[in-house]
Design a protein around this ligand. Sequence first.
Ligand code: GLN
Length: 535
Amino acid sequence: MRKLLFVTGGVCSSLGKGIAASSIGALMEARGFNVQMVKIDPYLNVDAGTMSPYQHGEVYVTDDGAETDLDLGNYGRFTTAKLSRSNSITTGQVYKKVIEKERAGDYLGRTVQVVPHITDEIKERILAVASNPDVDMTIVEIGGTVGDIESVPFLEACRQLIHELGKQNAISIHVTLVPAVSSGEIKTKPTQHAVKELQEIGIQPDALILRSSKPLSDELRRKISLFTNVEEEGVISGYDAATIYEVPLIYYGQRLDTFLLRKMNVESRHAELNKWQTVVQAITKPNRKVKIAVVGKYMDLQDAYKSIWEALIHGGIAYHAGIDIERIDSSRLEDPRADLDAIFKDIHGILIPGGFGERGIEGMICAARYAREKNIPYFGICLGMQIMVIEYARSILGWQDAHSTEFNKSTQHPVVCLLEEQKKMKNYGGTMRLGAYDAVTKVGSNIRAAYGVELISERHRHRYEVNSDIRLELEAHDLRISATTVDGELIEACEWPNHPWSVGVQFHPEFKSRPTAPHPLFREFIGAALSLSRL
Ligand code: GLN
């Protein structure tokens, strides 16, 4: 069995195609199929690594160190597909490869063209993932909206694959918007046009997922079926859910998975959805609540810390607890008149996430000091760990100018400095310390208690590290180095002494958290915050 499911979008962007693709993946896994996921991004960047969070939201990192679109994070949360560099395809990668082949003379004097050379390269990349013998189904999400100039070669490759593999082996799912105008009347015309646009390219969708705020009536679904040549059973009402994790259940309720299996001529299997029901129950009907402050840059951008927000929610699921997230722009804390007691009133945990650039750094240091002195559970991730060390060196070791050389090149106390291998890097793209590395955790630490094992593997994305030359001094002043690289060279985690719960990690645990398997560090952080909330 080798099946391809293409997910495209019509009418406008931001319809939640990524959640739709992920939810179909979750449903197929719930029925016992092995699923793979591919995201196509029609931009010219080779990867998302060089894009600003303002442009693109979070950069997601895979084990093998690819810097990808944040939709891969959704795939990782909804499915257990092993994601790597090959799961993310961009126009930049495709053209780079074709041009390299042309320079190497691989095209034997032929004229190199979008069709067939670019489209062949696209098909090859999709099939490379889909033809893995362990994979039953591959869901391919095409970013952007049908009609965009950039996505034309990808849609053409998709059309060719459907034609070559046959309709039973490659199917099309189109996600569109069904808006309500101010009178409340629901409009199907944009969907009719969006489907027509796809049909003009030569793709007849097998299923439609209609995004709307309220569930759509059967009558309306029938009408859309009639206009679009999509069977009525394949017209699904993808209404707004209480949580994104309810979407697989909403599709299941309308038998989307059974319909798709029938279209692909695959025998249906029992669906095991208990895990998802428990997740939705924990989020929508929590037994208690806890309030977490996240202090950083880009706080007004919903997508810049996507995996952090989700991992916090997952931590809550472990206790059937709801999470209230208070986003605090760290620059606010830099004002000498800022009243920290008022800002952190009723906060049960403080998290400082990853980040780059100088703005707001002093505010993050204030937040770390507040957490340390007031015994508030603290979780520092990547930059958040570096901040923890800078603050400790200033307050406890008495090094007033302690800093990271990222922010102050001439400090006398460079407690965080450039990784050795970074000193010779000239290019920006793909050159950080990226991807999964093993670390060894120390007995008796919070981090060891969370993981319960000595050897862990987590994903990284950074250029700076805690300066190993000051390690002895930090330890002499009781800052606990709680994890290092296997060779003992790099500091991967630290903790404050005499504090209820603090963990700083140089890696990004948020990338590996799932609602159905909350990450141990997020789980323990929320556990510590819940203990504080009960006091
Ligand atoms: N800017 C810091 C570094 O490059 C932290 C990176 C991060 O938080 N991802 O080391």
